[in-house]
Design a protein around this ligand. Sequence first.
Ligand code: SF4
Ligand code: SF4
Length: 297
Amino acid sequence: MAVWRQATTAVTTKMRIAITSGKGGTGKTTLAVNLAHYLARKHDTLLVDLDVEEPNCHVFIKGKLQQKEVAKRMVPAWNIRACSMCGKCITWCRFNSLIRLGNTILVLPELCHSCYLCSELCPDAALPMQAFPLGKLSRIKDGELDFLEARMEIGVEQASPLISQALDYVDNHFPGKEFQLLDSPPGTSCSMIAATKTADFAILVTEPTPFGLHDLSLAVETLRQLQIPIAVVINRSGANDGLIEEYCSRESIPIWSKIPHLRKIAGLYSEGQLLYQKVPELQQSLDEIIAKLEELS
Ligand code: SF4
Ligand code: SF4
């Protein structure tokens, strides 16, 4: 049974909801975008695309760009002319992000945790810290909805530092939002954990197939480790829903809604259109989910 980590959190002040899934392609982003847009008609809402390797909420957001900034991280840059090759920095770095190769000190930015230790202790000041680009943060206003996209720079290997910076941006710029909806990376990777670990609640989007069930169970275990309460939404609901219903009943996980498998949803999605105004079945599902979110207060 999931533990209610912040049972006293009031919706009127702030509720951070992660929308995630055990695997890609389950309709996570479709739900996130449509729920955020619909919710914004009634509540002060922010949508954050933290699926930083493949952010695609923007396809459905038609608003105006308000701010764009480069997210950076500080890493040491080795100065060959200053270095006396004492080798001490190699032993200081507990993240193994400095390597000695012959007469060269190699910095591995992906492993660096920007702790400044080597830079501050180097006897020759040969490791000055420099900005290393992680990606871009774009802030957009679409009607009532505020939207923040975090997009990783090509060549950057770790998603978690950019996700952390995007969440810092949210804390600094949108502290009073009633609802912050986080479109999290799918799966159970480090990036999914980075995106969901500060959430008050997680909605898991799944589909009624054996693969869907398998990946759902992994995501449930991860979120339970993080002590984040969860609910499930079944997308492409149909004759096989029993697979998910049986599992959720056994695990005492509430199913908040079922979105039927409709051909018109796929058609509108492929055109980059918001669905809830044109698909009454989806709007009904969103009403059910919003009612549950409001109950969390
Ligand atoms: S601690 Fe400074 S001087 Fe010593 S090897 Fe590292 S970079 Fe060079
Ligand atoms: S800043 Fe910290 S983590 Fe990065 S290389 Fe230096 S000691 Fe290692």
